[in-house]
Write a protein that binds this ligand. Structure first.
Ligand code: 2AM
Length: 180
């Protein structure tokens, strides 16, 4: 079985801007910049046949490039945040791409959660506590005006995720051009 997900890769300049943002916040266990991405669909463990069917579906997607605007800092988990992320401005092209990707993955036999899509780039998956949480709230508020230079992303990729022993390792299995 292969643990897989579909994401937009981020250009180096965006990952550098995000790494600087990480250092302005009281984060532990930062996501390494080379691992940063914008998840479109998490697929979980797939057998080879399903992976192949998902790949075929993704190859057939026609969609335009995405103009990504990263702006502001957020957390998931309400009063007890469990992760910290850079927010991504929502947009119709991004929503449409995510819907196509999720549909293709489901048609291929993968189970994709149907919860609503909140585009983001995870900066830390550690639960911030006590003083760190307070500093994060203050820092996050102070950085609500944070922006990365807008970028154009011209492909999306199917990734394999290997966990265990330190940070996850993400390997692109295939990338698909956004030229539609
Ligand atoms: P994230 O973008 O919020 O960090 C690869 O593991 C990506 O898939 C991660 O970036 C993570 O989302 C997402 N992911 C991992 N496990 C998940 C799960 N159980 N449900 C939904 N998304 C998950």
């Amino acid at each position: 079985m292969i643990r897989a997900f579909i994401a937009l890769p981020l250009p180096g300049e965006t990952r550098e801007a995000l790494a600087m943002l990480q250092h302005m916040l009281p984060l532990s266990r930062r996501v390494p910049p080379e691992n940063m991405h914008l998840t479109l669909a998490f697929l979980g463990d797939l057998d080879d046949e399903t992976l192949e069917a998902v790949h075929d579906g993704l190859q057939a997607i026609a969609a335009p490039p995405i103009e990504l605007k990263l702006a502001g800092v957020g957390t998931f988990g309400g009063d007890k945040p469990r992760s910290v992320h850079a927010q991504v401005a929502p947009g119709p092209e991004l929503d449409a791409l995510q819907a196509k990707v999720a549909r293709a993955a489901r048609s291929g036999g993968a189970q994709v959660a149907s919860r609503s899509f909140v585009p983001h780039v995870t900066l830390s998956r550690e639960r911030p506590r006590g003083p760190d949480l307070m500093r994060l709230e203050q820092g996050g508020a102070a950085l609500s005006g944070w922006r990365a230079p807008p970028v154009r992303v011209e492909e999306f990729c199917l990734y394999r995720s290997d966990l265990g022993g330190g940070p996850a390792r993400y390997t692109p299995l295939a990338c698909y051009p956004l030229t539609g």
